[in-house]
Design a protein around this ligand. Structure first.
Ligand SMILES: CC(C)(COP(=O)(O)OP(=O)(O)OC[C@H]1O[C@@H](n2cnc3c(N)ncnc32)[C@H](O)[C@@H]1OP(=O)(O)O)[C@@H](O)C(=O)NCCC(=O)NCCS
Length: 170
């Protein structure tokens, strides 16, 4: 049975006034969290950046960032506050961002994920992302490799499950 979030779930663009709550989510989610200023720079100065927050009963509990460059979308980050994980919010948020990117003209989406982050990899694979390569020592805090993943955002609204290179890295 899929788990459901209690409360009213909504998505909206991230605002500067969200940054204190985003910082909380970020610090609870990553060993090398982005500082508040990094999000500020993305919101104010990066014309390619689109950041979405997910709210439960109006409270910001997670976010997903995406850069849209021509027909390519690049997920920069996604996180859900630990108290709100395992309820489908990560999946709903990424699905929302995939639909938004597609509506804005993206035909494919990519991201990097730590080799050790099997929970996130499972989420991405559930949404149709497939592994396409490795960036060695991509994460500078511990020299961990990144897995590169891609998904096609097709015009019918269905994601290409792309079994072609699914097993390439196994
Ligand atoms: C990855 C993350 C965003 C998932 O958010 P979430 O709201 O807990 O995920 P959901 O409840 O929507 O789960 C959706 C799917 O993700 C996968 N998943 C989520 N948590 C998982 C876990 N602990 N172990 C294995 N798979 C997991 C499953 O495939 C799950 O589908 P299922 O419920 O049908 O099994 C969340 O764990 C998080 O914020 N982690 C810290 C930040 C991070 O690692 N971000 C990714 C950086 S690349």
């Amino acid at each position: 049975m899929p788990k459901k979030a209690e409360g009213e779930v909504a998505f909206r663009p991230m605002q500067i006034s969200d940054l204190p709550q985003i910082e909380l989510v970020e610090n609870e989610s990553f060993t090398a969290p982005w500082p508040r200023q990094a999000f500020y720079n993305e919101l104010v100065y990066n014309q390619f950046a689109h950041y979405t927050v997910v709210t439960v009963d109006g409270k910001v509990v997670g976010y997903c960032g995406c850069w849209l460059i021509l027909d390519e979308a690049h997920i920069t980050n996604i996180a859900i506050h630990p108290d709100y994980r395992g309820r489908g919010l990560g999946e709903a948020t990424l699905t929302h961002v995939m639909e938004m990117a597609k509506a804005m003209g993206a035909t494919k989406m990519t991201l990097e994920v730590r080799v050790s982050n099997t929970a996130a990899q499972s989420l991405y694979e559930k949404l149709g992302f497939v592994r396409s390569g490795i960036r060695p020592k991509y994460y500078t805090d511990n020299q961990e490799d990144a897995i590169i993943m891609w998904v096609t955002l097709n015009e019918q609204g269905k994601r290409n499950l792309g079994t072609g290179n699914r097993n390439q890295l196994r």
